[in-house]
Design a binder for this molecule. Structure first.
Ligand SMILES: [Zn+2]
Length: 264
């Protein structure tokens, strides 16, 4: 399994990064006796559609998985909708979109589409159901409710390691404060892509985001093997981010940056 950061700026796009979007790929059976690369994106926030074009023709996306429906995680669904519906080579057909209840209405509103059936040409919406997994090729996706002001999910993706010898887990926090659902999302994960939007001592409101200290606590409770901190707002000092998390988590900590990749 491979992770590529498409956008990692938090709450808004930044000068050097789109907002949240992560490309996850793995090789697996193509259903016709061969193998191919399967590709999903986790979230598609502000500016992310354009950045995605650097890494993948969106015609080859196998699914979009949305953690929640805040603008910085979904607004570039509008670009993907136009790309699929009006592609010069012909409409590309529907791609699965896994998301919270209400995703179709949210995307329809962004696209100013009063008749939601118009989206059927581009998307097949699938609601997250805790306890149920969805398989996209060799990738198995589970969603865990987490703590945020709107319905939000942590996402857990299980699939083949790059060497094909075992299964690996990539966990993504979406947006969340500390909670048991986040620990379950990241339990024993090989890589925990965890938000760290808040700064200790400055951002004291609860129930929205993690400070990096709390991100470190979550990773330790979950026994995650590697942490990549993300959702980094343009107003933060990113080295402070790493230092805060390291007070609570003893494993390797990286900071997300656009174009960075990790092989699991
Ligand atoms: Zn949010």
């Amino acid at each position: 399994m491979r992770l590529t950061v498409v956008g990692c700026s938090g709450s808004m796009s930044g000068p050097d990064s789109a907002a949240s979007c992560y490309l996850v790929q793995a090789d697996g059976p193509d259903g016709e006796g061969g193998t191919r690369t399967w590709s999903i994106v986790l979230d598609l926030g502000s500016g992310a559609f354009g950045a995605l074009l650097r890494h993948l023709d969106p015609a080859h996306l196998d699914a979009v998985v949305l953690s929640h429906l805040h603008a910085d995680h979904v607004v570039d669904m509008t670009g993907l909708e136009v790309y699929r519906r009006y592609h010069p080579a012909g409409a590309l057909g529907p791609v699965p979109v896994l998301g919270p209840v209400g995703t179709a209405q949210r995307v329809g509103a962004l696209a100013m589409e009063e008749d939601l059936s118009a989206l059927d040409a581009s998307f097949t919406f699938v609601d997250h159901v805790p306890g149920r997994s969805v398989e996209i090729g060799p990738l198995r996706i589970e969603a865990f409710p987490v703590e945020h002001p709107v319905l939000a999910f942590g996402l857990r993706v299980t699939g083949p390691a790059e060497d094909g010898a075992r299964e690996v887990v990539l966990a993504y926090s979406g947006d969340s404060d500390a909670c048991d659902g986040l620990v379950e999302t990241a339990r024993d994960a090989d890589l925990f892509l965890c938000e760290g939007a808040f700064q200790e001592g400055r951002d004291t409101v609860r129930g929205i985001h993690l400070t990096r200290r709390r991100a470190g606590e979550m990773a330790t409770r979950a026994a995650a093997r590697h942490v990549v901190l993300t959702h980094l707002p343009p107003w933060n000092d990113h080295e402070v981010v790493r230092a805060e998390a390291a007070t609570q988590y003893g494993g390797p900590i990286d900071l997300a940056r656009p174009g960075a990749t990790w092989s699991l």
